[in-house]
Design a protein around this ligand. Structure first.
Ligand SMILES: C[S@@+](CC[C@H](N)C(=O)[O-])C[C@H]1O[C@@H](n2cnc3c(N)ncnc32)[C@H](O)[C@@H]1O
Length: 276
């Protein structure tokens, strides 16, 4: 198998080294490898990010997982309403739903399981239905969420509908976080039960919505969890004609997804607020 990484540098330049790493693995043949074939990519990116942080950025808090990022946004913007599209409150402590600390937490999932190990917080609801049905149900209400995590059916058109529906119910200062924005391999990109091709929905909006501020954090703890971040604001659009295939994705990943590293994440989303 072939993998190429760039040496670390003081700019915490994960962005280009991550793109380089993914592109270097594009022709690897994983047919005889198990479902964790993406693991070497994950480990290389995570150890690179950790090395850069140790060398240059130890004054920054190290985020352990995606829930730490969600909770950071909740704290920064004093969010009190959370929606998880594809939430699993029935999965107990290991679910994102339970790790998120917010006053009101709604979730929607097609899974019929309704037995919970822990009670939902007062005022919170879990809806057993598709996300499309859920948004139809709340369409005429004035329901707004301060923070949303989208992690349900990982297919292009579905993710696009989920994002657009969430935008319609997002408070002005709200944040949408999206899971599984970066398929690490061609096989993962094809499988909607795993990473799938959610990136295509994100790319659609990167190419058309100047009124949004969008980026994808290459997470310090390992690239498997790459997190899309959407807020109302402004952005310079991705201006090439989109192609919905894995090679186009790899060749344009930095600009297409507006990849950001931990240092940029801090400057863009945290330092600006803290210094206000
Ligand atoms: C990757 S899992 C979610 C994991 C969860 N977000 C967490 O981090 O703890 C995806 C979930 O989406 C649900 N799902 C699939 N299609 C859906 C749809 N159209 N609407 C709502 N939920 C859906 C599945 O039942 C599954 O539980």
């Amino acid at each position: 198998m072939k993998y190429e990484t760039r040496p670390i540098n003081d700019k915490m330049n994960d962005k280009t080294s991550f793109g380089t790493l993914l592109r270097s693995a594009r022709h690897n043949d994983y047919t005889s490898v198990n479902e964790y074939h993406w693991r070497p990519i994950f480990e290389l990116q995570a150890s690179n990010a950790l090395a850069v942080w140790r060398e240059y950025h130890q004054n920054r808090v190290w985020f352990e997982d995606k829930e730490a990022i969600i909770n950071k946004f909740i704290g920064l913007h004093k969010c009190n309403s959370y929606l998880e599209v594809g939430g699993q409150p029935f999965a107990g402590k290991r679910s994102t739903y339970h790790k998120v600390r917010c006053e009101n937490k709604d979730s929607v999932n097609t899974d019929p399981t309704v037995e919970f190990e822990y009670e939902l917080p007062d005022g919170s609801n879990h809806y057993v239905m598709t996300s499309d049905e859920f948004f139809k149900k709340i369409k005429d209400t004035k329901k707004l969420y301060d923070i949303v995590f989208i992690d349900a059916w990982h297919e292009h058109e579905q993710v696009l509908r989920d994002i657009n529906n969430c935008l319609a119910h997002l408070s002005d200062n709200g944040t949408i976080l999206l899971h599984d924005m970066i398929p690490l391999t061609r096989d993962l990109e094809k499988d909607p039960h795993r990473t799938g091709c959610c990136w295509r929905a994100f790319a659609d909006l990167r190419a058309t919505r100047e009124d949004l501020d969008m980026s994808v954090l290459v997470p310090p703890w390992g690239s498997e969890d790459s997190l899309g971040i959407i807020r109302k604001g402004q952005q310079q659009l991705f201006d090439k004609k989109l192609e919905y295939n894995f090679d186009f994705f790899l060749d344009n990943i930095e600009d297409l997804m507006n990849l950001i590293d931990l240092d940029t994440f801090y400057k863009k989303y945290i330092d600006s607020l803290v210094s206000e």
